[in-house]
Design a protein around this ligand. Structure first.
Ligand code: TRP
Length: 336
């Protein structure tokens, strides 16, 4: 197995929604099919330990995320699709990297700093209240995910850019202290991939509870789309597509020419009820076949296990010998 041209992780918390699809899943599915690229996609279940302490929820989320990616067409034979927890080399590398990572670097991590700021704002005496070592040092685990496969490019959301900078720092530190083994990975923030608005018009996100799940029933999908906030303009009144949540969702799914046509209908004053119905029908058509596949997969989790186990075997073809090399480099080797 070759090192990764592309690698990205999906934290297994929550249920995949339309925003995840257009922002992360759709572009990854495209890349996964490219026969000239080696792309690694994994379920970051160790990362999910940081916030979520509910075993059932963790398992359910891993199942739903894996089933979603497969149902939406991930080419798991061409790419490497696995669970982080099936790769024991990752936690081992995490410790090796932890011992090269400056504490001061971790002090600057956004997720940690935001929690400290919250504590201070709420007047807690201990500004580290509720902060585990997992939360504090999680960028090291993420560095290990990436460096374990010497990934060249890492597609992530904007909120993860700092973690990639930290990964490069840590890799450079290793290369300097021991030997040049690691490629410094590049972050890829895809500005063209859509950021979807949610039910209330803010960015669609699990934390805002404003999301539309990808694979709910057809009836629920319809109900949620009908709930999307609009303004009070009546039928036949001209409407502005650019500030409309319905339009932004339509745009993320439709072709350029369809989008243009819809913008024209806005200017002519399409009624909100009509637009909602058309949006529902458009998305439902796209999700119909994957939904069926998803439902079958959820009923047969052992099929998913098998796909992930095969993926882990492929990944370990790289990580086992590479970790061996890392261990030798740092002097954890045969004493002879
Ligand atoms: N921390 C990332 C997120 O919350 C998920 C993740 C874990 C990841 N390990 C990774 C992304 C390695 C890219 C590469 O979105």
């Amino acid at each position: 197995m070759k090192n990764a041209d592309f690698l990205t992780g999906i934290t297994t918390s929550g249920t995949p929604h339309l925003g995840n699809y257009v922002g992360a899943i759709r572009p990854a599915v495209e890349t996964s099919k490219n026969p000239r690229l080696v792309s690694y996609y994994f379920l970051a279940d160790y990362h999910s330990l940081i916030k979520n302490h509910d075993p059932k929820l963790r398992k359910q989320s891993a199942l739903e995320i894996a089933a979603s990616w497969i149902a939406l067409g991930l080419d798991y034979d061409n790419c490497v699709f696995y669970r982080q927890s099936d790769i024991p080399e990752i936690p081992e590398l995490t410790w090796i990297l932890t011992c090269l990572t400056a504490k001061g670097l971790m002090n600057r991590a956004h997720a940690y700093k935001a929690t400290v700021a919250d504590n201070e704002e709420q007047g807690h005496k201990d500004s580290d209240k509720g902060i585990t070592m997992g939360l504090f040092s999680y960028p090291v685990l993420m560095a290990a995910d990436i460096l374990m496969f010497n990934a060249r490019k890492v597609p992530v959301g904007k909120d993860q850019v700092q973690h990639l900078e930290m990964t490069r720092d840590i890799a450079a530190r290793f290369n300097h202290v021991y030997k040049k083994l690691f490629i410094l990975p590049e972050v890829v923030v895809d500005e063209t991939s859509a950021v979807l608005a949610g039910l209330d018009g803010r960015k669609m996100s699990k934390s805002y509870h404003n999301y539309i799940p990808l694979f709910d029933t057809q009836k629920r999908l319809r109900k949620l789309i009908m709930k999307i906030k609009t303004n009070s303009l009546g039928p036949d009144e001209p409407k502005d597509p650019e500030t409309c949540t319905l339009f932004s969702i339509y745009k993320a799914f439709a072709s350029q020419s369809e989008t243009k046509e819809m913008a024209e209908r806005y200017r002519q004053g399409i009624a909100w009820g009509t637009m909602k119905l058309e949006l529902f029908e458009y998305i439902d058509e796209i999700l119909k076949a994957p939904r069926k596949r998803y439902e079958e997969l959820i009923k047969n989790p052992s099929d998913i296990d098998e796909i992930l186990k095969k993926g882990a075997m492929k990944a370990r073809e790289f990580s086992v010998p590479f970790l061996e090399k890392i261990r030798e480099t740092i002097g954890i080797q045969s004493l002879g």
